[in-house]
Write a protein that binds this ligand. Sequence first.
Ligand SMILES: Nc1nc2c(c(=O)[nH]1)N[C@H]1C(S)=C(S)[C@@H](COP(=O)(O)O)O[C@H]1N2
Ligand SMILES: [Mo]
Length: 534
Amino acid sequence: MRFRARDGWAALAGVVAAGAGLALSELVAAWVDPASSPVLALGGVVVDNVPPWLKDFAVEWFGTADKLVLLSTMGVVLAAGAALAGLLELRRPPAGRVLMGAVGLLLAIIAVTRPGATPLWALPAVLGVGSGVLLLRLLVARVPAPAAVVPVGAGAGSGGATDVPADEPPAAALSDDGASRRTFLIWTGATAVGGVLALAASRALAAGSRAVEVVREAIRLPSAATPAPAVPAGADLGVPGTEPYVTPNADFYRIDTALRVPKVDPATWSLRVTGLVEEPFEITWDELLELPMTEHHVTLCCVSNEVGGDLVDNALWLGHPIRELLARARPQADADMVLSSSVDGWTAGTPLEVLTDPDRQALVAVGMNGEPLPEEHGFPARLVVPGLYGYVSATKWVTELKVTRFADDQGYWTPRGWSAMGPVKLQSRIHVPRPGAAVEAGQVTIAGVAWAQRTGISGVEVRVDDGEWMAAELADTVGPDTWRQWRLDWDATPGDHQVAVRATDANGQVQTAEQAPPAPDGATGWHAVSVTVG
Ligand SMILES: Nc1nc2c(c(=O)[nH]1)N[C@H]1C(S)=C(S)[C@@H](COP(=O)(O)O)O[C@H]1N2
Ligand SMILES: [Mo]
């Protein structure tokens, strides 16, 4: 089989037809439910099923850009498949249509099986890819005929089905007749323009459905029945280059499996408490806001955080204690876990005793730093549990608390290679100097944060090269559930140096030097940075 110019046109036709079809599916999805987009649904399935090694590789290489990389990769694969469909439709009709139709059917099935889906979610894939199949036929039928075979003017409608003979002269294989090529390009161009318009319209509709953001901005949160203590002025040492004690919402790290931030309207939102309880119940947004609110500063940390990494931040949360909701539902004696789930089907398994602990402010949070939760951070409600990594506790867009048993249920990450239990490990981090920094000899400030949620930090020490550990100055803090800033002035001497940090918690436990990777239950080791003193 020889590759001919017509194959190139047919591949182009395939890509344009599929692109326009998917663009149309976005438009339909904007109307049905944005989460029903076949591309997003497919991406969601990939995210949920990537093998752990591939996920770790992606996170290591692309960090929080991993979602963009995933979507781009999907785009390339879909385009390649579409080109193949074009080629097949030219050479072995209707094989191209069959291939594209089969993919469309698969996408429809995927869409209706996503969490929260209704049968209507099949519509974007069916209508979009269905149109793609028709367009594929239309465009491939207009693939320019070789000049040697088809006379000028007879191009339109005569392509595809009448393929050129394999023994065509080379000249015919390379040139095609101008009129039929024009026809093809007009049809293909028009299809592409239609696709772009459909995509633009779907984006415009999505922007119009900023409804949730508008609702969010209008919300006035109740004030706290139990306010947080004021942050002491000495909590922030203000060393240039360090992060503030309380992280502004816009700078707070974001981690989740959602390719598109779920849009949840508080008017239709509710939280159900179910499972092994005497009294299952459901509360609405308005009912939740009527309940007494507690404010608490908590430093949230991701289990995927590498030693020295930045997936850790601190905020003031406003919410209702989870233990009060559980007390109302009355868990049965054999329960030991709460499986919380979100609108997008993600789950976390949290020990019941942690959530019922009267000394631990585990909240169904509605506020973050004085504002309703930002959409990326779980609007309208999420869980925040001091002392546990986010993956086993911090469910965003939460809709259900199912009281259950570790023996019967698992959170999202547990079958994917992460531990069922995730207490935050004692850690410390150097903010300045930055790794690889060049600094001037003389007084150099070394500063950063340390955390031991639920226990608190009692000391931080810094070591330069193989020298003695030196006690750093500790900042104030509001309590044991947040990180604590520290600083040390170092008399830097010229040369290359390595600066390391280790923390001690309030129980006298010294941070281990033993290096462990994030999986399965959190990284350990000392954070060290290399600096050049000139
Ligand atoms: N619905 C949902 N909630 C989720 C996650 C998720 O993927 N989906 N990820 C969890 C993880 S792993 C972490 S570390 C925290 C991060 O919360 P943040 O994005 O507000 O910082 O959210 C948790 N809650
Ligand atoms: Mo996480």
